[in-house]
Design a protein around this ligand. Structure first.
Ligand SMILES: [Zn+2]
Length: 319
């Protein structure tokens, strides 16, 4: 009887510890925390902060569109294995909302966009929100593509660092130092992008892509942007959108439009053909990484390498 009482008290104590830590002690086999990210951009940011002190993986790989992404059966396994989940937020991963909400009952679930002052965020295009027929319309208040302004992304990195210090206090100094040195690299990148884009003549500074992923990029680095689809790839585009785009390209004598790695290129081919009919030859200037990083173990598989690649492609296409 006394023995049973002891085990009961022990079980209560354990469950209290679990409640206080969000239900997750570090993994006992490797001794490392298991961190899960949604996109490659978030994964890279988390990895820069935690280095080898935690296991980091991502749900979405190269070329995967986060706006349309739904959790698979194996993703549910990865989610329940994770001690903490980092995601972009601002409804980028709109179709994972329910899964993430459920996951948050038992583990840390952290939107990295929480590190950014809402006053710095761009509002989603109201026509796009109205065009979305499902529940996304209610939530798509802000443009989620925050990684395209490096100064904003630095704030997301700082937020990841703060959260990791809270989740894993023994390694707090390590996380803080890593974040500081990575943010210093990001500051350099931010300045470099401004310098590089200045090579494009002012009247040619118009970035045309498949969907509206580049508004933060445009605001931060002084280039006008137009996407054929709205802020989410969920929205459809029509013949009217194509003909307006053709008008714009022909009148501004723009040299190139750009494909995105995570969006089918059919839409932009229609624009190129439309320009040709009007006697203006616009080329496909190459592929930009928009909502996903490049393949693992390539320079474009990192956040910094992805942005450098985009900037090269844009400058070469438009200058
Ligand atoms: Zn997008």
């Amino acid at each position: 009887m006394r023995r049973q009482g002891f085990f009961f008290a022990w079980a209560v104590a354990l469950s209290l510890i679990a409640a206080c830590t969000g239900g997750n002690a570090p993994d006992t086999s490797s001794g490392k925390l298991r961190l899960l990210a949604t996109t490659g951009m978030v994964r890279d940011a988390v990895s820069q902060v935690v280095k080898d002190r935690a296991e980091v993986s991502a749900l979405m790989g190269a070329g995967v569109d986060p706006h349309l992404y739904k959790a698979t059966q194996s993703d549910l396994g990865k989610i329940s294995y994770a001690n903490a989940i980092f995601y972009n937020g601002l409804f980028l991963e709109g179709k994972l909302s329910d899964v993430l909400e459920k996951a948050a009952r038992k583990r840390y679930v952290i939107p990295v966009s929480d590190g950014i002052d809402p006053a710095l965020l761009l509002h989603a295009d109201s026509t796009t929100a109205a065009a979305a027929t499902d529940s996304t319309a209610n939530h798509a208040a802000y443009d989620p593509h925050i990684w395209f302004d490096v100064s904003l992304w630095s704030k997301a990195v700082a937020h990841i660092s703060n959260e990791m210090q809270r989740i894993d206090p023994p390694n707090a100094d390590f996380y803080r130092q890593n974040a500081l040195s990575y943010i210093a690299q990001l500051e350099q990148l931010h300045t470099q992008i401004k310098t590089d884009l200045a090579a494009i003549p002012t009247e040619q500074r118009l970035l045309i892509t498949s969907h509206d992923a580049f508004h933060y990029f445009g605001r931060a680095y002084g280039i006008e942007v137009k996407g054929l689809q709205g802020i989410s790839t969920v929205a459809e585009f029509g013949l009217k959108d194509i003909s307006q785009m053709v008008d714009l390209i022909v009148s501004r004598r723009i040299k190139a439009v750009f494909i995105e790695s995570s969006v089918p290129q059919k839409s932009l081919e229609a624009v190129v053909a439309g320009c040709q009919e009007r006697g203006w030859s616009v080329k496909i200037g190459g592929t930009l990484y928009s909502d996903a990083l490049g393949a693992d173990n390539t320079p474009e598989g990192t956040y910094i390498g992805m942005l450098q690649s985009n900037v090269r492609t844009i400058v070469n296409g438009l200058k």
